[in-house]
Design a protein around this ligand. Structure first.
Ligand SMILES: [Fe+2]
Ligand SMILES: [Fe+2]
Length: 304
């Protein structure tokens, strides 16, 4: 397992370089994806794919005080970040699949992870079809991607199943579903539908495997720490506030809290944290959830 780590660097997980257009390998990939019924790039994709209603921005005086071109710029940034996060997650799924194929000790398990990996390649292309930009980690990074890469690199097989497939893919399904429901662009809604069907299988397989194998005692501590990191990263991400400040200038701490209160931030975050806890409960044979609860991991932290 230790030998595998050297192949699972951040560079390999997130930043493998792309070939120039027209390269033979790219052409082979395009043909392969066509055979799986993956459509080509979308023309005329708008820069704003989710409207203000998704973030209850119409209730925020910080947002409504902006000029309409500034409001548009805020929505453009958030649309870009939503796609960028999905892009990095699907990229990481390639290396996750590779690790799990190698660690599987039964043939059916290997075949299953081969299928999953093919689906992650399809998902990446489906998202890329709507992106007229290449995400830049300096500006388009989400803090959850750091613990994600660490689990893929360092997690035992059992910890990976629980954290990546049960926790993150389960959580990701809810996230993708809500992005799909609020999305303004019908072709992207269709792409989400296809991706969600696959992710449901990835999550379901995670549940079966996690229940079957359980966790060794070292894995329990590892899963506890990683879950704490994920939840911390989720709580620290404030994309909407960041977009508002980048467009309209810095906000005072009073304005920040007023904005968060107006858009019901606490309620939304509580719902997300509960959904993370429920995902883990589905496969929790080791009282991981009660330990996390005792530690206050699922409690909403105050934002400054
Ligand atoms: Fe995926
Ligand atoms: Fe997946």
């Amino acid at each position: 397992m230790n030998d595998l780590k050297s192949y699972l660097t951040d560079d390999s997980i997130f930043f493998a370089p792309s070939l120039d257009p027209g390269h033979a390998i790219g052409t082979l990939l395009d043909r392969g994806l066509e055979q799986y019924g993956v459509p080509g790039p979308e023309a005329g994709v708008p820069d704003v794919l989710w409207g203000p209603e998704r973030y209850a921005l119409d209730r925020s005086s910080v947002y409504t005080a902006l000029a309409s071109d500034q409001q548009e710029a805020v929505l453009r940034k958030i649309s870009r970040w939503n796609l960028s996060l999905s892009y990095f997650i699907e990229k990481s799924g390639h290396n996750y699949g590779a690790k799990m194929i190698l660690l599987a000790d039964r043939m059916e398990e290997k075949s299953l992870y081969c299928l999953f990996s093919a689906e992650e390649a399809i998902h990446l292309r489906l998202f890329r079809n709507f992106m007229n930009f290449t995400p830049d980690p300096a500006t388009d990074w989400h803090p959850m991607l750091d613990p994600l890469a660490r689990v893929i690199r360092e997690g035992s097989k059992e910890a990976c199943v629980l954290l990546i497939q049960v926790l993150l893919e389960g959580f990701g399904m809810g996230h993708y579903r809500s992005l799909m429901e609020d999305c303004r662009h019908p072709a992207l809604v269709q792409a989400f539908q296809r991706i969600l069907r696959d992710e449901a299988r990835h999550h379901g397989a995670g549940l079966v495997l996690a229940k079957e194998s359980g966790l060794r005692s070292g894995d329990r501590d590892e899963c506890f720490e990683f879950t704490r990191e994920f939840v911390g990263a989720l709580q620290s991400a404030h994309w909407v506030l960041r977009a508002l400040e980048e467009v309209g200038g810095p906000l005072s701490s009073g304005e920040r809290s007023h904005h968060l209160e107006s858009v019901g931030h606490r309620r939304v975050l509580e719902k997300r944290l509960n959904s993370l806890r429920d995902m883990l409960l589905k496969a929790d044979r080791e009282q991981l959830v009660s330990r996390l609860e005792r530690d206050g991991v699922f409690r909403v932290r105050e934002t400054g």
